[in-house]
Design a protein around this ligand. Structure first.
Ligand code: BGC
Length: 748
């Protein structure tokens, strides 16, 4: 299927992004053009090069150390015009030193400062996957705005976020960084996070330029293995992996980052059809495309480039504007241009984009924007940002099981045994990419519980096990504590370093030592509430799967303890829903609720029917599919109304009565899934097309009206075009596990 301009134009129109497609590229400002005219080739190559900030290191090491040079040498290189951007440094004092060095250079071009701020800068928020469980674009936008204010106040202008890679294979460690397996949720949160980071005006001191990444398809690495190859149909690319980028670009994102994976045999860093024909020509993206870390040099290891100069040539010609950390552009571009192997126009175009980005951020007018010690003191760890972090953490928790209404717990009168390596532990609260966070600032589960319990003396805490290794005598102490308690809270799961980049797993299970601890807790006969910690969906088994109560608590960041306590004691209703499906077993991966129909689907009531689609030892089902989760009350649906016939191109109005049939006020997510019955290409068995949060008092009933936008009915047809095909659609309205109504309509 050709990637024609018309195809994507169709996609863009369907996604409401037509404004992304100007007839011709924006011209740069006179200032930028005048600068380019004065620049030497070496100075141009310098602007296209960025390096890990050694002037003001953040402390944590996020990437393999490549060619370190030390702070003083870095300042000298900045003065000499050999660096255009620094990343992953932090703090206003160091930013000032670096910016002064840049302004002492011949052309006085300011530096721009970037960082991997994915879920908080100094105050760490829940990992993005956890935040996605809130199913709330408005909340994600407000969270990103709060994070941007703190980040920019630390002397930063640009974040390498949001990560918008759709992730259907839970073995892949980077699932933690994004919004999970669903396309619509990824789209809405991509746009919300871009709006939140960037704010209303990029020139403001609290604006943070956003970088939806990694363009494109990284989430489909083969076998879920980090850095592995990606191969997919053009339709899969357009229907699943591109849409979040389209929405993020439409929201105004100023940059994107190329994936460092191989895509269809050509690593993206050298993939001109993707980075130029698609990203620029068809999507009309005007911002900066930065390489991933050392990714141009990695073209040599990929076996695509013969040497460093060749790698630099391939990358710039493919459409990489800025080379990250390898230094390949600054070292090789001048000679490549002089020898005629790279046209100067390609270099000028990249420089134009980088300087325009600096101009959009207001750096030419005020190179010291966001470098203000008073703002840094005011915004860093402020009361407001901590409050926001707690709110998001509370909203991220998903209640997956609650037999006999074990939860919420009463605040008084119960003896609680908090068991597990994550009960009184601050080292594993934050998860991957917790940029300038300090684990010491985190509030662990035990402290959170004590803050709410009427009598904190009723809490006993026992680790019982390490994260991966048993503790000598740990199980015995944990059993004794459980036996003396009325209820066991079991804080188990993945350690903070078990997900994120470079942390793919083949078995996505609770580590064996902790599983054994869980079995010992179940054997005590005490009611067990599992507080699961994780950066991905896990395959649960035995006593963990069968515990009467189960909360998915992800990596919630600094405010973990208060958030968990808010939910456990019912101060806040759990309203999270799973953005990723929890499988029955690791071997089902990759798996998503919206997989396509097979020719031999099993009947619903006979998932293991012979000769039908399933594994020998597992059905084609999840333990907890996408969207699972409940609150402390129950809801019912009635009176579904869907038009029998809908005109092609028209929205579909859907209306349903929602009733809170429980004894407490509560909030549920009402969502609509669709299935296109007969189409020119096989369709997802069902896929979410709209959702809304509904809050009702006990006993209250309300009619809810939802609209499915016309574009949500479209598919990339066999001829490669986005189109709504006439015919019947099945529709489900879902308001909780097992609370569902079915309807249908026909598009004519
Ligand atoms: C990651 C990127 C990140 C970059 C800079 C890479 O290893 O893939 O997501 O932005 O490092 O730290």
């Amino acid at each position: 299927m050709p990637l024609s301009r018309r195809n994507v134009l169709g996609a863009a129109l369907l996604a409401g992004t037509a404004t992304l497609l100007p007839a011709r590229a924006h011209a740069a400002s006179d200032r930028v053009e005048a600068l380019i005219a004065r620049m030497t080739l070496a100075e141009k190559a310098g602007q296209l090069s960025c390096f890990n900030d050694e002037v003001r290191p953040v402390g944590a090491v996020f990437n393999p150390v490549v060619d370190p040079r030390g702070g003083e040498a870095m300042l000298a290189d900045i003065r000499a015009g050999r660096i255009g951007m620094l990343f992953n440094g932090y703090g206003v004092a160091g930013a000032r030193r670096a910016q002064e060095a840049a302004l002492a250079g011949r052309l006085r071009i300011p530096l721009v400062f970037a960082a991997d701020v994915l879920h908080g800068c100094r105050t760490i928020f829940p990992i993005p996957l956890a935040e996605a469980a809130a199913f709330d674009a408005d909340l994600s936008e407000r969270a990103a705005r709060a994070v941007a204010c703190e980040t920019a106040a630390g002397g930063l202008h640009w974040t390498f976020a949001p990560m918008v890679d759709v992730a259907r294979d839970q073995r892949w460690g980077r699932v933690a960084e994004g919004a999970g397996e669903d396309v619509l949720l990824n789209r809405l949160l991509a746009a919300a996070r871009v709006r939140g980071f960037q704010g209303s005006d990029l020139r403001r001191a609290d604006a943070l330029l956003a970088t939806p990444k990694h363009f494109v398809g990284y989430g489909a690495v083969r076998g879920g293995m980090e850095y592995a190859a990606v191969d997919m149909s053009a339709a899969e690319l357009r229907e699943t992996f591109l849409p979040p980028f389209l929405d993020a670009f439409a929201a105004g994102a100023g940059a994107t980052m190329a994936s460092f994976t191989d895509f269809g045999g050509v690593p993206v860093s050298a993939n001109r059809p993707l980075l130029t024909d698609l990203l620029r020509g068809e999507l009309g993206f005007q911002g900066v495309c930065v390489s991933d870390y050392d990714a141009d040099r990695e073209l040599i290891a990929h076996g695509i480039a013969a040497d460093e100069a060749d790698a630099a040539r391939l990358a710039i010609l493919a459409g990489i504007d800025m080379s990250m950390q390898s230094g390949l552009f600054v070292r090789h571009l001048p000679a490549l241009v002089e020898s005629g192997r790279v046209p100067v126009a390609a270099v000028d175009q990249a420089v134009r984009r980088v300087l325009t980005l600096k101009e959009r951020l207001g750096l030419f007018n005020d190179p010291f924007r966001s470098i203000d010690a008073r703002a840094e003191r005011r915004e860093t760890g402020s009361v407001a940002i901590k409050r926001m972090a707690r709110k998001v953490a509370t909203r991220s928790i998903v209640l997956l099981r609650n037999d006999g209404d074990l939860l919420p717990l009463p605040r008084a009168g119960k003896r609680i045994a908090l068991i597990g390596p994550f009960g009184a532990d601050k080292a594993n609260l934050n998860g991957p990419w917790s940029f300038a966070g300090d684990a010491k600032d985190g509030i662990d589960v035990a402290s959170g519980l004590r803050g709410v319990m009427a009598d904190p003396a009723l809490l006993t805490v026992e680790a019982g096990s390490g994260v991966t290794e048993p503790l000598p005598g740990g199980t015995a102490r944990a059993v004794a504590a459980a036996q003396a308690a009325d209820v066991v809270l079991l804080a188990i799961g993945e350690g903070g370093d078990m997900s994120g980049e470079g942390n793919s797993r083949t078995e996505i299970v609770v580590p064996a030592a902790q599983q054994a601890l869980a079995e010992a807790m179940a054997a005590t006969g005490k009611p067990v509430v599992v507080l699961l910690r994780h950066g991905r969906a896990l395959a649960l088994s035995g006593a963990v799967r069968d515990a009467p109560a189960l909360l998915a608590t992800w990596f919630l960041g600094e405010q973990t303890g208060p958030a968990v306590a808010d939910i456990l004691f019912g101060r806040v209703e759990p309203t999270g829903r799973l953005p990723v499906s929890f499988p029955l077993t690791s071997g089902q991966q990759p798996w998503s609720y919206d997989r396509r129909s097979t020719g031999r689907p099993p009947p619903d009531d006979q998932p293991m029917a012979p000769g039908r689609s399933h594994w020998r030892d597992a059905p084609d089902r999840a333990l907890y599919p996408f969207g699972s989760g409940m609150g402390y009350t129950r809801f019912a649906l009635s009176d579904l109304s869907v038009p029998a016939v809908v005109a092609t191109g028209a929205d579909v109005p859907v209306s349903v009565m929602v009733r809170n049939v429980g004894k407490r006020a509560g909030t549920t997510l009402v969502r609509i899934d669709l299935h296109d019955r007969v189409a020119s290409r096989t369709r997802p068995v069902r896929q979410m097309k709209a959702f809304v949060r509904v809050t009702l008092a006990a006993g209250e009933t309300r009619r809810i009206d939802l609209r499915i936008a016309a574009r949500e009915l479209a598919l990339v047809a066999s001829d490669g075009r986005w189109r709504v095909e006439p015919g019947a659609f099945d529709l489900w309205v879902v308001a909780g596990d097992g609370v569902e109504m079915q309807g249908a309509f026909e598009v004519r």
